[in-house]
Design a protein around this ligand. Structure first.
Ligand code: SAM
Length: 467
């Protein structure tokens, strides 16, 4: 076996795409490594070269960066959920801005007239309104546990997937991502199911009753819980959910789902309302939203308002516009701006979300918003009345090329493109740049302590046709 090489005293100089730290050796070798922060000096075990760059593992920390801070969470070392908790928040924001600029330079290769600084969050803990926890009979073991003499058998655990693992789960005692009673509800369910002999999911054998649970919270103090079971064991389901409801009467929507499938996704299954309402309510600015279990809602409510306000500011609405909101979810952007325009139409794939959007329009006395269910690529057509402004907020994969082609044919004057993935956003903007110039870009930090970025871009049509 070839001896693995450790290279010493490498300074971490940058953070690359997906949040990996970048070290540079004296000979110019660039090494990607998980864990350190810029300014750290480390010894690195060199692994294989992949896609033109070396990958490595930190073997020793020699000197700590001045930007290193003490993480608040006791699960930080293992969890991977908030992997920048040890990096000063101002630096996190700096690196996010840099990554957006790099994506535009490298992929879009277009000039942006004005890049505004990223809007950081006032709340960097307890900012998520939705979390999913998994049950498993395989606890993820730390290096220390693996190297010890103890034999660890099957251990039931409730928490988050270990990074890159489909079956091993890291137990969570306290998570700093979600406020309200989220931690108490999860721990109660864990304790109750363990005490009463409920089996936990075995992802290799596909058996075990308890699969996962989703908690959604709202700034109006509403809580939705969805517990996923593998089989319809009514007695066990009823006794667990009754116990949960008795302990947490503040849960406003208690639901369960039977998922006998190999995968965890519940979006194609019937969600059964057990107690309380079938949806929870949220409020952004003046607009109230009903959110049902399968509907998307931005996971950071506090920063959603900041995000939408930037999008509206970029759009510079005058009151007479015909607007499209592509990938509308529960009509969030469409309804947020409806009273400021002539009319707006939202398009969304998930039919339950469109049902919510229509209810939400009524709830807010909005009569100039219409909604269509389906894939944007099938619904949006060049036979549409020419919109003045199109808001675009696709999933991470970005837009289908047919959607871009249709937009290029429709040539609305302004496009406001919101994205949670600057790489696909830059790719799509490269195609749009045939007829559009990029006027403004501003990122919003919806996900503190992670490398994830949300970015808003304003595009203006270049030709007279777009007017
Ligand atoms: C990032 S979310 C944005 C939702 C909404 N604009 C908001 O701010 O809450 C993307 C939405 O696109 C929907 N979606 C994904 N693929 C789609 C497609 N091909 N056609 C239409 N909608 C799609 C998802 O269900 C989700 O609601």
């Amino acid at each position: 076996m070839k001896k693995k090489k450790i290279i010493e005293d490498i300074e971490i100089i940058d953070i690359a795409d997906r949040g990996k730290a970048v070290g540079k050796a004296e000979d110019g070798k660039v090494i990607f490594v998980q864990g350190p922060v810029p300014g750290d000096i480390v010894d690195i075990l060199l692994l294989k070269k992949r896609k033109g760059v070396f990958q490595g593992i930190v073997k020793k920390y020699k000197k700590n960066s001045p930007y290193r801070i003490k993480p608040v969470c006791s699960h930080f070392e293992n969890c991977g959920g908030c992997k920048w908790q040890h990096l000063d928040y101002t630096k996190q924001l700096e690196y996010k801005d840099k990554q957006v600029k790099e994506a535009f330079n490298r992929i879009a290769k277009v000039d942006i007239e004005e890049i505004l600084p990223i809007k950081g969050g006032d709340k960097t803990e307890y900012y998520r309104n939705k979390l999913e926890f998994s049950f498993s009979n395989k606890r993820w073991l730390t290096d220390e546990e693996i190297n010890s003499d103890t034999i660890f058998g099957e251990t039931n655990v409730l928490g988050f997937h270990a990074p890159g693992s489909f079956d091993k789960i890291i137990p969570v005692e306290h998570c700093y991502l979600q406020g309200s009673s989220s931690n108490e509800i999860r721990n109660f369910i864990r304790d109750y199911t363990l005490e009463h002999g409920y089996t936990y999911w075995d992802a290799r054998a596909n058996k075990g009753l308890m699969r996962n649970m989703i908690i959604r919270t709202s700034s109006l103090n509403q809580i939705m819980l969805i517990v996923s079971f593998s089989t319809d064991n009514r007695e066990k389901i009823t006794s667990l959910l009754d116990a949960v409801y008795a302990k947490f009467p503040e849960i406003s929507s208690l639901n369960y789902v039977i998922n006998p499938k190999m995968n965890d996704s519940i979006w194609d299954l019937d969600i059964i309302n057990y107690k309380g309402k079938t949806a929870i309510r949220e409020k952004l600015g003046e607009v109230e939203f009903i959110i049902s279990p399968k509907s998307f809602f931005q996971t950071n409510t506090f920063q959603s308002k900041v995000l939408y306000d930037i999008a509206l500011d970029f759009a510079d609405l005058q009151g007479n516009e015909n607007v499209l909101d592509l990938y509308t979810g529960i009509g969030s952007i469409a309804l947020y701006l409806a009273k400021k325009v002539k009319k707006v139409m939202g398009i969304e794939l998930v039919k339950e979300a469109i049902e919510d959007a229509k209810l939400n329009a009524k709830l807010n006395n909005i009569s100039n918003a219409t909604f269509k269910t389906g894939d944007v690529k099938d619904i949006l057509s060049d036979r549409f009345d020419k919109p003045d402004i199109v808001f675009i907020d696709p999933p991470r994969a970005g837009m289908h090329k047919d959607v871009i082609e249709t937009l290029l044919k429709l040539e609305p004057q302004k496009l406001v493109y919101i994205s949670c993935n600057p790489s696909t956003q830059a790719r799509d903007i490269a195609l749009l740049s045939e007829k559009y110039k990029v006027l403004k870009s501003q990122a919003v930090d919806m996900f503190p302590h992670t490398h994830h970025i949300e970015n808003v871009v304003l595009l203006h049509g270049k030709s007279e046709n777009s007017k």
